[in-house]
Write a protein that binds this ligand. Structure first.
Ligand SMILES: [Zn+2]
Length: 162
C-alpha cells in the first residue's frame, strides 16, 4: 500500500495524481516541493483573504449597531422625533444587514454601507444644522473605518480571483 508523500492519503493504483491533494506522484522531489509551496501559499492567501473579509464585515456590524444604539439614545433623550429615529435607525439596521452580505458581495456591501452612513449624516444635517459638525471626530473615525473595510473587501476579491 502506497501513501501520498504530501498528504498521506492512500494512493489508488494507476493514478498519476493524489486523489486528495492533486500532487503528481511521478514528480521529481524538486517539483514536489514547488507544488507543496504553492499549496501552502494558496492556503495562506485564502486565510488572509478570509481575514480581510471578516474585517470588512465587523466594521459594518460595529458601526451599524453603534449607530442604532446612538439614535435610540437620542430618541430616548428626546433629541430626535420618532419619525427621525425610524429613518436613522432603519439605515443603521441596513448597515448591519450589509455586514451579513459581505460574505457573498464584499465590495458592493461596503459601498452600500458607505452610502447608508453618508445618508445618516445627510439626514442628521437636515434635521439639525449642527448635525454634520457634531461629533466630527467620530464621523471621521467611522468613515476611515469604512474606507479600511473597502480596502479589505478589495483585497479579498483580488485574492479570491487568483
Ligand atoms: Zn496527497
Amino acid at each position: 500500500m502506497e501513501f501520498c508523500s504530501y498528504c498521506k492519503t492512500k494512493i489508488e493504483i494507476d493514478s498519476p495524481h493524489c486523489s486528495n491533494c492533486g500532487i503528481s506522484l511521478y514528480a521529481s522531489e524538486d517539483e514536489k516541493s514547488k507544488y507543496i509551496t504553492n499549496i501552502h501559499r494558496a492556503r495562506e492567501k485564502f486565510v488572509e483573504a478570509s481575514g480581510a473579509m471578516h474585517r470588512a464585515k465587523w466594521v459594518l456590524f460595529v458601526i451599524g449597531f453603534a449607530s442604532l444604539f446612538f439614535h435610540f439614545f437620542l430618541l430616548y433623550l428626546g433629541k430626535i422625533e420618532l419619525a427621525d429615529f425610524i429613518f436613522l435607525g432603519g439605515l443603521s439596521g441596513l448597515l448591519v444587514a450589509a455586514g451579513f452580505l459581505t460574505n457573498d458581495y464584499p465590495i458592493p456591501s461596503v459601498i452600500v454601507g458607505i452610502i447608508f452612513v453618508v445618508g445618516i449624516y445627510a439626514y442628521q444635517f437636515y434635521i439639525d444644522l449642527d448635525g454634520l459638525f457634531k461629533g466630527i471626530i467620530w464621523k471621521i473615525v467611522i468613515l476611515s473605518s469604512l474606507i479600511y473595510a473597502l480596502k479589505s473587501a478589495i483585497e479579498f476579491e483580488k485574492m479570491i480571483e487568483n
